[in-house]
Design a protein around this ligand. Structure first.
Ligand code: NAD
Length: 697
């Protein structure tokens, strides 16, 4: 290799091999485009272009890396790569991208400006920045459709993950896959023709295929504006010039890059990273888990067993009788079949999982388990008997877990006789689908047991969030206040449909009354009856759902609940309206009108207030954990970042004012949290509180 014009050292180096100039990008942070990298890349292109003996320029990464776009946290904003892209296109020599690793976001846009793309087998291509609400701005929406056609470009824009090298080759984004991409690029060198995608016209496509891609992409975008607008721009590409398309692309970027939606999505990404580092846990080794057991193969146990099996863990499922064991095995088999049918599970993997599964009423099979998860009936007596039995059978050192939703994990731990080995693992339904896992740390839970629960959670693909013991932990506790205030709004004048529709308009997948109809009104009714004796008489109690239950309106399963169901679709029920207005009359309530905004503000305020109580009581260490619980477990809109983030965004003084109004309406249990009052008074936020409490590690 000639040393002519060689530039050595730093994140971008260039040298000459024969008549090819090679630029090597060795960008830190996995390949992020820093201002330094951009500046040197431009300089390398300029110098090699000016060298008359050079016939072609190769833009390469180092093995395993190429360019992954901007650092999303860079405080000085994104690096503008427009000059580099323009420079590559104006160079008259062929410029070849030797893609030696992920070509992501701006990295892919730079590769698209080149005349040929040769990738190594480990390379990938994609625009995942879109899923964080950041639209491209260096021509991806214009060059991609010119390269692969409108439909495929839209599919790529909406793809949740970057394409593998093979997939990118099949689509036509990569031209070749070569283990030594740089050497092949050198040998092709000057034979490659200049091929500016900006000069090409958009290939004619099949209108129905394009429409199908648009519909699928919009559905998958789940409201993310960056994806929706990029998709619509690509769909229109054929009817405008490259420059017109580029300026629309740049307008999208300008509108959305720093919009609240992109901030929320970026925040949630960070929140997940913070959640992975539980304070104090870094130096604690988890216990070894090779064999697992699940007690109870009902709704939850079967899904939990599936999740463990899918992670390659052998599972023994214990039931109370031979018949129950058969029914339990059938439930697990049904999940396996459904997953196979949907293409999410291969036949081979399914057969392997069945090999690892034992469902039995013979409890001797639990002796070897390193971890046992109890998912039997929600009854303290049932759980006490189970843990008593487990204590006699399970080897010492095994981790014992309960999936209880509301029972006291400390009480169960005490009854187990092994409180240090005990932890709560609160899965969400359906347990094989939902990523959220509340890991409930009891008073006596040993640090290595907590570490085991967290590492197991990650191993089975869940998002473990630590909670301490209280009624309902993080999620169900805050959800309870949400539901209560929805009922107060109802009794005070709003209809179920008005409340549901206001919350759907905010971005919730469903409103609370539709959720209640789906899960069954009887579950909450049973709980209310259980807790009746302990309820504070000064807590406002709405009796309407009890009347509906007594009337047999238990929700969808009985064909009627808060709504009537006509052909499976909910419609407002006259009978429910009569019950509501009779209750209002009995209580002398003059119905008021609530606007959707009032409903949204009230619900958000009471959730954030309860979240603040959860923080001040130490039930959760991080406001961002609360946000993750609601986004992943309760259908809270991701684009709003979660209740705590949304409250910060609105401003805590305004939230506090709304909470005071809610407290007037709700009485005991709805009072403002001391932490909220303090932060509002200081003009602070939950995010600042979290940073100061040093929980972002
Ligand atoms: P379920 O009624 O569907 O299943 C319970 C299973 O446990 C049944 O198969 C039953 O035969 C078995 N069982 C009962 N007693 C047993 C015993 N002594 N030994 C062995 N097996 C026994 O209940 P579920 O909905 O799966 O709930 C299980 C637990 O998970 C409860 O504690 C519940 O609060 C909790 N939970 C439920 C949900 C949910 O949405 N269903 C969500 C989170 C947590």
């Amino acid at each position: 290799m000639s040393k002519l014009n060689a530039h050595e050292g730093g994140p971008v180096t260039w040298s000459v091999d024969g008549d090819a100039g090679i630029i090597r990008i060795d960008a830190a942070n996995g390949g992020a485009l820093s201002p330094d990298v951009a500046c040197l890349l431009a300089k390398g292109l300029r110098e090699l272009d000016g060298e008359s003996t050079i016939g072609s320029i190769i833009v390469a990464g180092v093995p395993g890396r190429f360019l992954t776009g901007n650092d999303i946290d860079a405080s000085d904003g994104d690096v503008d790569a427009a000059a580099i892209v323009a420079q590559i296109e104006t160079i008259t020599k062929p410029v070849i991208a030797a893609i030696t690793g992920p070509a992501i976001d701006v990295g892919l846009e730079i590769a698209l400006a080149c005349d040929l793309r040769i990738a190594t087998p480990s390379a990938t291509a994609g625009l995942p920045g879109l899923t964080l609400g950041v639209p491209p701005r260096h021509g991806a929406t214009q060059r991609l459709p010119r390269l692969v056609g409108i439909a495929k470009a839209i599919d790529l824009i909406a793809a949740p993950k970057p394409l593998s090298a093979e997939a990118a080759l099949a689509v036509g984004i990569f031209d070749r896959i070569e283990p030594d991409a740089v050497q092949v690029a050198v040998s092709l060198g000057g034979t490659v023709l200049k091929d500016r995608l900006s000069n090409r016209s958009v290939p004619a496509g099949d209108a129905s295929g394009e429409k199908h891609s648009v519909d699928a992409a919009v559905k998958r975008a789940k409201g993310i504006g960056a994806i929706e607008r990029s998709v619509s721009l690509i769909a229109d590409t054929a009817s405008m010039t490259f420059e017109e398309g580029l300026s629309r692309e740049q307008a999208n970027y300008k509108d959305l890059r720093y919009a609240p939606e992109a901030k929320a999505l970026r925040y949630l990404k960070h929140a997940e990273a913070w959640a992975r580092t539980e304070p104090g846990m870094q130096r604690v080794d988890p216990r070894k888990v090779e064999r697992t057991a699940v007690v109870g193969a009902g709704t939850m146990g079967s899904g939990i067993a599936y999740s463990l099996l899918a992670a390659g863990l052998p599972v023994v499922v214990l039931e109370q009788s031979a018949d129950a064991a058969i029914a339990g095995r059938n439930r697990i088999t049904e999940i396996l079949l459904a997953q196979q049918k949907s293409g999410r599970l291969s036949d081979t993997k399914s057969a392997e999982m069945v090999q690892h599964l034992t469902v039995t009423e013979n409890w001797d099979a639990v002796r070897d388990a390193d971890l046992v998860i109890e998912a039997a009936f929600e009854d303290i007596g049932v759980k006490a008997a189970i843990f008593d039995k487990l204590d006699k059978l399970v080897k010492q050192g095994a981790v014992l877990a309960t999936n209880t939703s509301y029972l006291d994990v400390d009480e169960i731990a005490q009854m187990s006789g092994r409180p240090a080995d005990m932890v709560g693992l609160h899965f969400f339904s359906p347990a094989h689908v939902m990523r959220l896992l509340e890991v409930v740390q009891g008073d006596k839970t040993a640090p290595d047991v907590l570490a085991t629960a967290l590492s197991l959670g990650c191993r089975i693909g869940k998002l473990p969030i630590v909670a301490r013991v209280c009624d309902g932990f993080i999620g169900n506790r805050i959800f309870a206040i949400y539901r209560r205030h929805a009922e107060y709004l109802l009794e005070d004048g709003a209809s179920p449909a008005e409340i549901d529709s206001a919350l759907r308009a905010y971005g919730f997948a469903m409103g609370p009354f539709a959720v209640s109809d789906m899960s069954g009104l009887d579950i909450a009714f049973a709980m209310r009856k259980r807790r009746a004796a302990a309820r504070d008489p000064n807590e406002r109690y709405v009796g309407i759902p009890d009347i509906l239950c007594k009337d047999g309106r238990l929700g969808r399963k009985t064909g009627a609940g808060w709504y009537d169901y006509v052909d499976g679709k909910p419609v407002a029920s006259e009978m429910v309206e009569r019950v509501i207005s009779a209750e209002r009359q009995r209580l002398n309530v003059t119905p008021q009108a609530f606007s959707p905004e009032q409903i949204q503000r009230r619900i958000l305020a009471v959730m954030a207030n309860e979240g603040a109580k959860v923080l001040e009581e130490g039930i959760s260490a991080r406001a961002s954990d609360i946000d993750l619980v609601f986004v992943h477990g309760y259908g809270f809109p991701r684009l709003k970042g979660g209740p705590m983030f949304a409250a910060d965004h609105i401003g805590l003084p305004r939230i506090l004012a709304e909470v005071k109004e809610a407290a007037r309406v709700g009485g005991v249990g709805s009072e403002p949290s001391a932490l909220l009052v303090q932060l509002a008074r200081q003009g602070s936020t939950f995010a600042a509180w979290q940073r100061e409490s040093n929980h972002e590690r």
